[in-house]
Structures are given as structure tokens and as C-alpha cells.
Design a protein around this ligand. Structure first.
Ligand code: GAR
Length: 214
């Protein structure tokens, strides 16, 4: 891809992953964040975007609005930016199949676990409760099934005796900030694709635990 990749980032909260990608764009990710969309008006990530002069929109759910009504408004907000890539960075809504189907192979998510372990919420506490010795984060393509799309890259962290969910989340976050910009870069350089439900980097099939150099 020669021209810069147009990226829209969807957030709900702090936006530390958004910040890592903003910083990465400054360091030549071959990507431009053309818009940040939040479902929460008080998401700190919106302030981060303003500081970097990135356009923002808020798509707040109405009371009693159905998921598909919400997602059609979200779709309109996203399409306004004509993105090449949609990055879910702590966007805490489940997306409808209809929405996801519009962006197959063009939407990625970061999830705070070593998928396929611990889809859904409270992943850090669940890893601690299970007595896991390692935990981590996964970047994956988004498919209609929740947190089930092909993994692109994972980062592992140790779980130490006495860790609580806050400490463990911080350790995972640090790794998220390293892997997410890298995946955005791969995509924006045209190196990363999803074909028939599988992820490929430079034409090579990525294994179930994500890319791992030999
Ligand atoms: C991140 O830890 C991300 O993995 C998680 O939300 C956090 C957002 O942090 N995402 C999910 O749980 C999605 N299921 P941030 O707002 O500081 O980037």
C-alpha cells in the first residue's frame, strides 16, 4: 500500500492503546488516524485525540435502542471517514454480525488474554483465579463470533503469586502498547491479510497463537 492507511479507532475509555497507536503514527506506521469514535462522551481517549488534533465523534446509545439500530448509526459514523482499517481499542460493546460483516478483514481488536482463553470480561481476575502462570494480550481480526477471529499477535506476561487484577492488568497493558502499533503497521504496509477466515503475514499463514518468529 503506497498511500497512508486511513485508520478509525473505536474506544470506550482511557485510550492508552489509542495513544500507543497515535505515538506510533508519529514514528511512521504508514497510517493516519482519521477519526476516533467513542460510545462514551467522557472517555479520556477523546481528550487524547483532541491533543493530537484528530477528529472525534461520539455515538452514544439511546435508551431502549436495539443493538442493530445503534450499529447502523455507528456504521454511518465510521463510513464518514472512509477508513481502510478499523481498530477496536477498548471499545466495550458487542457488535452485530451485520456491522462486523461490513469490515471483514479490515477490523482488528485487542483483547486482554491469551485467546482462545478468557473471551469476554474480567480476564485478569479469571487468569489469577485459574492459577495461570502466564497471561497476556492478543490482537486478532474481528469476525462475528465474539473474540474468536484469527489471532495475529500475542504478548505473554508472567503471573506472580500475590498479583491482583490491577497489577496484572498494568503488566498486560504495557505489552498491548508494544504489539498493537506493530500490527497496525503490518496492516498499513499491506503485509497483513485475512483470507477465508485465516490471518496471513507476508503470505504466510499465521498459527493459532499468532505470529512467532522462528
Ligand atoms: C485494554 O486492556 C484492552 O485489551 C481491553 O480494554 C482495555 C482498554 O484499555 N479490551 C477489551 O477488554 C475488549 N474486550 P485502553 O482504553 O487504555 O486502551
Amino acid at each position: 500500500m503506497s498511500s497512508s492507511c486511513r485508520v478509525v479507532v473505536l474506544i470506550s475509555g482511557n485510550g492508552s492503546n489509542l495513544q500507543a497507536i497515535i505515538d506510533g503514527c508519529d514514528d511512521n506506521l504508514n497510517a493516519d488516524i482519521v477519526g476516533v469514535i467513542s460510545n462514551k462522551p467522557d472517555a479520556y481517549g477523546l481528550i487524547r485525540a483532541h491533543h493530537s488534533e484528530i477528529d472525534t465523534s461520539c455515538v452514544i446509545a439511546y435508551k431502549n435502542e436495539s443493538r442493530s439500530e445503534y450499529d447502523s448509526r455507528l456504521l454511518a459514523a465510521v463510513n464518514k471517514y472512509q477508513p481502510d482499517l478499523i481498530v477496536l481499542a477498548g471499545f466495550m460493546r458487542i457488535l452485530t454480525d451485520e456491522f462486523v460483516s461490513q469490515f471483514l478483514g479490515k477490523m482488528i481488536n485487542i483483547h486482554p488474554s491469551l485467546l482462545p482463553k478468557y473471551t469476554g470480561l474480567n480476564t485478569h481476575q479469571r487468569a489469577i483465579d485459574a492459577g495461570d502462570l502466564e497471561h497476556g494480550a492478543s490482537v486478532h481480526f474481528v469476525i462475528p463470533q465474539l473474540d474468536a477471529g484469527p489471532v495475529i499477535l500475542q504478548a505473554k506476561v508472567p503471573v506472580y503469586t500475590g498479583d491482583d487484577a490491577t497489577v496484572l492488568a498494568e503488566r498486560v497493558h504495557e505489552q498491548e502498547h508494544a504489539i498493537y502499533p506493530l500490527v497496525v503497521k503490518w496492516f498499513s504496509l499491506g503485509r497483513l491479510k485475512m483470507l477465508e477466515g485465516k490471518a496471513y503475514l507476508d503470505g504466510q499463514l499465521i498459527g493459532p497463537s499468532g505470529y512467532a518468529p522462528d
